[in-house]
Design a protein around this ligand. Structure first.
Ligand SMILES: Nc1ncnc2c1ncn2[C@@H]1O[C@H](COP(=O)(O)OP(=O)(O)OP(=O)(O)O)[C@@H](O)[C@H]1O
Length: 298
């Protein structure tokens, strides 16, 4: 698992990470979203030990990553830009990883090679998407205990993108790997992640368990027999109210059953539950903590 406490990092004289705390359970897929410049890559580089924080700690499986080559050899890291030796071929790069990472799995490498189907060219002759694929291929082959991915699907075509998402999910279900991935694609997060963190201005503004938030935050449509009761209008668990004519839509943050019971006391003509996408849920949740969701993502 990944545990981050009170992490602070400055670059070029500016504070980039501000008191970051994370607790990512083993076997979990944690999605990090946030606008350009929020600090996602800086956080990721600090997690893998490329940057040294001024304050705070990064622990992986209970051990500090600082000067810990044993732990670092079990971290798969796919960066936003790939820094391979440009004159190495794909096979030579695999040779390098095979000789560097003690838990290299040749069988896994061979089966992944059939999925990615990369030409054995020099790295400098590969496209951006091919280099990302190579990085995924190599980092999955080292038998990572922790996989840290910085926008791993950006620049991939839709077919490979889907394969990569499936590979990440397989990696977790087969090997119980812990994954942290950044992305700008909320739909992708919804498809593979169990937890999500929203980053803004170097801080984690909101952290949620996706299943929990989807079961807790619900939209309910109600038509009252008369005007809306004050008690319902000012209900503590209502995040947002919309209405068109007599049809009210409530976004309820928690204690759904309690809200429904209280609403039923007023004998509404209609009371029904409406499905919400994760994006819609976050729009309201972010509004609840004083931010416009559009400013925060995508
Ligand atoms: N080497 C550096 N020196 C100084 N400032 C930096 C450096 N690298 C990044 N920054 C600044 O740190 C902030 C966070 O950048 P970072 O790359 O972590 O954001 P991000 O959330 O990954 O953005 P994106 O979604 O665009 O990839 C930005 O304001 C950026 O200008």
């Amino acid at each position: 698992m990944i545990k981050v406490t009170n992490l602070e990092k400055s670059l070029g004289g500016s504070k980039i990470l501000n008191n970051i705390n994370l607790n990512i359970e083993k076997g979990s897929i944690y999605g990090l979203i946030g606008p350009n410049g929020a600090g996602k890559t800086t956080l990721i580089k600090t997690l893998v030990g490329i940057y040294e924080p001024e304050a705070g700690k990064v622990m992986i499986n209970g051990e500090s990553i600082k000067e810990n080559t044993k732990i670092k050899s079990r971290i798969g890291y796919v960066s936003d830009f790939q820094y391979f030796y440009p004159n190495f071929t794909v096979s030579e790069m695999a040779w390098f990883y095979r000789n560097t990472y003690p838990m290299w799995n040749e069988e896994k490498y061979n089966s992944l090679k059939n999925i990615f189907k990369l030409p054995n060219k020099k790295i400098k002759r590969l496209s951006k998407g091919m280099k990302t694929q190579l990085s995924l291929l190599l980092n999955l082959s080292i038998s990572p205990e922790v996989l840290i991915l910085d926008e791993p699907t950006s620049g991939l075509d839709p077919v490979i993108r889907r394969k990569v998402l499936n590979l990440i999910v397989d990696e977790v279900s087969i090997n119980n790997t812990t994954v942290l991935t950044s992305t700008h694609n909320l739909l992708e997060l919804e498809q593979i992640c169990d937890h999500i963190g929203i980053m803004y201005n170097g801080e984690i503004l909101l952290e949620e368990n996706i299943d929990e938030i989807k079961s807790k935050v619900r939209k309910i449509q109600v038509v009252f027999n008369g005007t809306i009761p004050e008690e319902i209008k000012n209900h503590k668990d209502v995040l947002h109210i919309d209405y068109k004519g007599k049809v009210y839509q409530f976004v309820v943050n928690d204690n759904l059953d309690e809200f429904i019971e209280e609403t039923k006391k007023y004998n509404p003509i209609l009371l029904e539950m409406i499905d919400m996408s994760l994006e819609e849920i976050f729009i309201y949740k972010m509004g609840g903590v004083g931010y416009a969701f559009e400013d925060i993502t995508l």
